[in-house]
Design a protein around this ligand. Structure first.
Ligand code: UGA
Length: 435
């Protein structure tokens, strides 16, 4: 099927490449020329395992093209809207300007056989409003939220764990769903569960899912606070409660908490939207989820300062990790960089290293010092802070690491190292939520 993908960021670029790999003819459209050039040359402007190969394959086969020209979408039947909905400056609410503009830019090319498929994360009510915007063209609107995780985006897109379609009532909605079934035929053939619902439910599925994940992380981090106060170990607590399959062990890793371009802004946008709908009490708890999450960053700084006898001034601190999570170069609301900056403002001499995110980190926060090589970054450190759990940091050997540093102080912000090993090698090992 001929499809267009409007907005080629983390979501759109992967969606475009994945649909091409499934045999569709895909035009990816983005206004950012540099991004389009990078995608067209098979070098995505962000790190996502497997994406480069998929881009090259699609373009070699002639089934994937990228353009800045919206006119190129004219022959597509389905148009996937994948633009960003960042937090509005100075507000909790999401900024849907790009979504509005994307849909308006499609208007001249829509006919009664076209389907506009919204994938961006939007405040509930947006799909209904946009269906009104396109109604004069005879085209249909479907809301089809995306659940991919950065770092696993290709796998999550090609083999999603569920498909959700929010459609209009009646025959038009059913026809639009059939069109989407054709695009996702390979996923449906794998028995991927598919839920067809109304617009509002589809929009809420996405926000509710991210809110639940954020709640799970903050729940275990709240338990970490109690573990710190009582001398208990939050990792063992998580293992033990996670064995109850009603609870589950996934997303119960206590530590520095959640960041990135999705969870933090989505829970805030949800609170803002609930307020507009007069249902703010229903999600007031998300404010506490956000607060617990933010407290972890401050606590991390406090533990590190304490491990250095009460002051960062003149001390060399090496921060392992800049990305908001491993296997990504995304530094949006990165807990690691938030900690690095706090320590720098308190007089620490901070060096940050990361396997993929140094470029983005140094653009966002040029005031910090960045070093690519891990051993070089560790050299002369008075304290080492593990803040993003990349494999190479999880695998660090305490004896080898000791040869580079000045002081054997390690704070494990992600609870991924074995304390006994580090302590046996003479290190002061500190962590969040562990004795
Ligand atoms: C999240 C959701 O997991 C996806 O399902 C969703 O599609 C996506 O947002 C989105 O809205 O687009 P993502 O932001 O890529 O995906 O990252 P996650 O894997 O959810 O991790 C978020 C943050 O939580 C990271 O900073 C991670 O380090 C942290 N985290 C995760 C924890 O602190 N503890 C855990 O146990 C798990």
């Amino acid at each position: 099927m001929k499809v267009s993908v409007i907005g080629c960021g983390y979501l759109g670029a992967v969606h475009a490449a994945a649909l091409a790999s499934l045999g569709h003819e895909v035009i990816g459209m983005d206004l950012d020329e540099a991004k389009v050039d990078a995608l067209a040359s098979g070098n995505p402007p962000f790190y996502e395992p497997g994406l480069s190969e998929l881009l090259l394959k699609g373009q070699d086969r002639g089934s994937l093209e990228f353009t800045t020209e919206v006119t190129r979408v004219a022959s597509s039947i389905l148009h996937f809207v994948c633009v960003g909905t960042p937090q509005k400056p100075g507000e909790l609410a999401a900024d849907v300007t790009y979504v509005n503009e994307a849909v308006e830019s499609l208007l001249p090319y829509l006919t009664s056989t076209s389907v506009v498929v919204g994938k961006s994360t939007v405040p509930v009510g947006t799909a209904e409003r946009l269906a009104g915007v396109i109604s004069g063209t005879g085209a249909s609107m479907v809301w089809n939220p995306e659940f991919l995780r950065e770092g696993h985006a290709v796998e999550d897109t090609v083999h999603p764990n569920r498909l959700v379609y929010g459609v209009a009532e009646g025959e038009a909605g059913q026809e639009a769903a059939t069109r989407l079934d054709e695009v996702y035929a390979s996923m449906l053939a794998e028995d991927t569960p598919r839920i067809i619902t109304d617009y509002a439910t589809a929009e809420l599925v996405k926000t509710a899912a991210n809110s639940f994940l954020a709640t799970k992380i903050s729940f275990i981090n709240a338990m970490a606070e109690l573990c710190e106060a009582s001398g208990a170990d939050v990792t063992q607590l998580a293992d033990a409660i996670g064995l109850d399959d009603r609870i589950g062990r996934k997303f119960l890793n206590a530590g520095l908490g959640f960041g990135g371009g999705c969870l933090p802004k989505d829970i805030r946008a949800f609170m803002a939207r609930a307020g507009e709908l007069g249902a703010d009490q229903a999600v007031t708890f998300l404010k506490e989820i956000d607060s617990i999450n933010m407290r972890r960053r401050v606590r991390m700084v406090d533990i590190a300062r304490d491990a250095l006898n009460g002051s960062f001034i003149g001390k060399k601190i090496t921060v392992l990790g800049a990305a908001f999570k491993p296997n990504s170069d995304d530094v949006r609301d990165s807990p690691a960089l938030a900690v690095a900056r706090l320590i720098a403002t308190q007089g620490g001499v901070v060096t940050v290293t990361d396997p993929q995110a140094i470029g983005n980190a140094s653009t966002a926060f040029p005031e910090l010092n960045y070093v690519t090589d891990t051993t070089e970054a560790l050299t002369g450190a008075d304290a080492v802070l593990l803040l993003t759990e990349w494999h190479e940091y999880r695998d660090l050997d305490p004896h080898v690491t000791a040869e580079s540093v000045n002081g054997k102080v390690l704070v494990d912000g992600r609870n991924v190292l074995t304390p006994q090993l580090w302590r046996a090698a003479g290190w002061t090992y500190r962590a969040l939520g562990r004795p």
